[in-house]
Design a protein around this ligand. Structure first.
Ligand code: NBP
Length: 481
């Protein structure tokens, strides 16, 4: 046995991760893929990596030093289960199986439980950063047992992205915690992308600026508080000219956004947990809305407001600054909601998740990497039990500074008929969460009327019901919430 780590699944993610591992001092990497050709190609293309190829599971297990550690990078779902079954067959108690694919966290919880019974450790690890990140340094979110982390920690630290001298990996919590946090990361990514897209749309339609001019605006924003990978690549995409037509590339791309399902998982999970991740939900639904061309074609007959939306020339700079502030405020809401979901998930599943540490490992390697994440870490360091992230002093100040602009932008979008679902729902969340009183009181009255669901009173303890179909007097009732 000559390898200290193995990789199963040598498609783009697995082969890049294997090369990343091989490039680190002290690692010898065993590689295995179901179909032999990928293994042969990888080993031939990268002699410098010193890979130890295996062509069946027995050979793969024999090539690994004990305790054996293997990272699975195969298509999530049935493929992952198939590989786990094979590894469990050839591995021994104390060995470690890591699933680095995009698994749905309940699957990870189930797999961890089943594998644990064999004495083998199972770690579900969210890995973010795409192909490039896998090769040069991803952000890694491992779950699993404390025991497995002792062996795995140094290996993952050696291949993770580095942000301000710190590796972008931390042991998130037990069983499915890592894949849960990766899921929410992707949900936040959906919201961040949608907000940027809405900002672009409002500026383009309001000011008539070209994509290349808007690229300059984003590049400028990328030097300030919005500095992030997503803002940076937005400028790159907007600047790109289509070779065939000479048009901006963004104008020749079909306007239907795809999705692989992690945004939907984030929203489904949030619904179950009762956490209002409205910004992430709107972003996910915005992709769905875009992807129904028949409905969209039918609906073009519906009227919009009279006239075109044109920001007067003298107000263009102020409008762009308003959009920037609205984007930042909405982004704060999206992250606040995402961290709320992680907090609620941790409580539900019994994970001890350090929210500040999560924000720190997202500073490098992953798609939502940004300076801004330092502020989130600061907020949780100062107040680990912060009930709502956006109430931390730094964010509260940014919201105070931005709220008037945010309202103007949402008004402009509504009056001009430009859809801005993430901007406007974020603002509604902000106004809802900070409200002294909500019309939820009326909803409770309605529920009591038709279903005798009862209500609480603001002025005394107990649970009450109004006898709506009788004389409408109030009685004390059993709590049937
Ligand atoms: P794919 O998701 O395209 O999966 C292809 C790999 O799965 C091949 O190695 C294939 O083997 C193997 N495989 C399948 Br399919 N069924 C198998 C089975 N029953 N037994 C053994 N192997 C099986 O690869 P990818 O795009 O490299 O992604 C790998 C994982 O990483 C996925 O879970 C994906 O969601 C995740 N991912 C993450 C990011 C990110 O940014 N974090 C990006 C892209 C992907 P074969 O060669 O024999 O067909």
């Amino acid at each position: 046995a000559s390898a200290n780590i193995g990789v199963v699944g040598l498609a783009v993610m697995g082969s890049n991760l294997a090369r990343n591992l091989a490039s680190r001092e002290g690692n010898t990497v065993a590689v295995f893929n179901r179909s032999r050709s990928k293994t042969d190609e990888l080993v031939a293309a990268h002699p410098e990596a010193g890979f130890v190829p295996a062509f069946d599971y027995e050979e793969f297990a024999a090539s690994l030093q004990k305790p054996r550690t293997a990272i699975i990078m195969v298509k999530a779902g049935a493929g992952t289960d198939a590989v786990i079954d094979e590894l469990v067959r050839v591995f021994e108690p104390g060995d470690i199986i890591v699933d680095g694919g995009n698994a749905y966290f309940p699957d990870t919880i189930r797999r961890e439980k089943a594998v644990r019974e064999t004495g083998i450790n199972f770690v579900g690890a969210g890995i973010s950063g795409g192909e490039e990140g896998a090769l040069t340094g991803p952000s890694i979110m491992p779950g699993g047992s404390d025991e497995s982390w002792v062996t795995l920690g140094p290996i993952l630290r050696s291949i993770a992205a580095v942000a301000e001298g710190e590796p972008c990996v931390t042991h998130i919590g037990h069983d499915g915690a890592g894949h849960f946090v990766k899921m929410v990361h992707n949900g936040i990514e959906y919201a961040d992308m949608q907000l940027i897209a809405e900002a672009y749309d409002l500026i383009r339609r309001g000011t008539g600026k070209t994509p290349a001019e808007i690229a300059d605006i984003f590049a400028d924003w990328n030097t300030g508080e919005l500095e992030s990978y997503l803002i940076e690549i937005t400028a790159e995409v907007l600047r790109q000219v289509d070779a065939e037509t000479g048009k901006p590339l963004v104008d020749v791309i079909v306007d239907q956004a795809g999705a692989k399902g992690t945004g939907a998982w984030t929203v489904q999970t949030a619904l179950t947990l009762g956490v209002p991740v409205s910004g992430i939900a709107e972003a996910t639904f915005a992709r769905s809305l875009s992807s129904h061309p028949e409905q969209r074609a039918a609906a073009t007959t519906l009227p919009g407001p009279e006239g075109d939306f044109t920001v007067p020339a003298e107000d263009v700079d102020a409008f762009i600054e308003d959009v920037r502030l609205a984007l930042y405020a909405s982004k704060i809401v999206a992250y606040s909601q995402g961290f709320d979901e992680i907090r609620a998930g941790a409580a539900e599943y019994g994970w001890n998740i350090d929210l500040g540490a999560v924000s720190k490992i997202w500073r490098g390697g992953c798609i939502i990497r940004a300076q801004f994440l330092n502020r989130i870490a600061d907020a949780y360091n100062e107040a680990p039990d912060l009930p709502v992230l956006m109430t931390a002093p730094y964010f509260a100040e940014a919201l105070t500074r931005g709220q008037a602009a945010w309202r103007r932008v949402v008004i402009a979008a509504a009056t001009s008929g430009i859809p801005a679902p993430a901007f406007s729902s974020s603002l509604s969340y902000y106004d809802g969460i900070r409200a002294d009183r909500l019309p939820a009181a009326l909803v409770q009255g309605q529920r009591d009327f038709f279903g005798a669901h009862t209500y609480k009173r603001i002025d005394k303890d107990g649970t009450f019901h109004t006898q709506w179909s009788g004389d409408r007097t109030e009685i004390e009732a059993e709590d049937t919430h």
